[in-house]
Ligand binder design. Structure first.
Ligand code: PXP
Length: 242
């Protein structure tokens, strides 16, 4: 996504991974994550986020390629910092990449990257992505040690993991607030995401340093809740005999 917020508001990145999860449940083509991405952009999303996992459990290579080559949307490619994923990013050249930790058995991205502990492996990969003109973000817990490590590693952006805040853990909003202030002091762009919903997004969106929010699971789930009456009514009409 572009740098700089629209009218002082955070940009909204829509993560379409779970459209692919539903498609993959039946192995067919419906619903199509690319069509969903177009709809999201048409409805006001500033960009599309997709996480190509090692096990391809949701979006697949072909989905990512279609989104990356579309001039209608800006892709934020969420990826593990592996040689395979860096190779794909260098081939597709999305405007932005977000490096996330990935464990095969996890249900979703649990916690941020250990940027401080994995500097030796992350550094060259961040450099390779940046040299290709890709804006690199690291998905980190709101921990000052990790945020300073991001600066040392040459990342331009940090996406703060809002999972603990979204679970309602005490003190987590304050940690996010302090982390956002520290990122501004370090000269790093601040994004945030994970577990955000209608109910909890407000305070995070109001943090003045937060330039982008990336939201997926809630939006796709809520789309089902908001859209189900429509599709049931359409199907009801289609099965009428008289
Ligand atoms: N940002 C990052 C870096 C993520 O890994 C995820 C989850 O894939 C999200 C945002 C979106 O989180 P959620 O699906 O909980 O909204």
């Amino acid at each position: 996504m572009s740098t700089g917020s629209r009218s002082g508001n955070p940009r909204l990145g829509v993560n379409i991974d779970h459209v692919a999860t539903i498609r993959n449940a039946r192995g067919g083509l419906h619903p199509d994550p690319f069509a969903a991405a177009l709809m999201a952009v048409g409805a006001g999303a500033d960009g599309i986020t997709a996480h190509l996992r090692e096990d391809r459990r949701h979006v697949r290579d072909a989905d990512l390629e279609r989104i990356a080559s579309s001039t209608d949307m800006r892709l934020n490619f969420e990826m593990a910092a592996t040689d395979e994923m860096v190779g794909i990013a260098l081939r597709l050249r999305p405007p932005a990449c977000c490096l996330v930790p990935e464990r095969r058995t996890e249900v979703t991205t649990e916690g941020g990257l250990d940027a401080a502990g994995q500097a030796a492996t992350l550094g060259p990969r961040i450099r390779a992505l940046r040299d290709a003109g890709i804006r690199v973000s690291l998905f980190l817990d709101p921990d000052p040690v990790q945020l300073r490590a991001a600066l040392a590693l040459g990342a331009e952006v940090v996406e703060l993991h809002t999972g603990a805040y979204a679970e309602g853990r005490p003190g987590e909003f304050e940690r996010l607030r302090e982390a956002a202030v520290l990122l501004a002091t370090l000269g790093l762009e601040c994004h945030a995401g994970h577990g955000l919903t209608y109910a909890n997004v407000g305070p995070v969106a109001l943090l003045p340093q937060v330039e982008e929010l990336n939201i997926g699971h809630f939006l796709i789930g809520q789309a089902i809740m908001d859209g189900l009456p429509n599709v049931v009514a359409t199907m009801r009409a289609l099965i009428q005999r008289t």
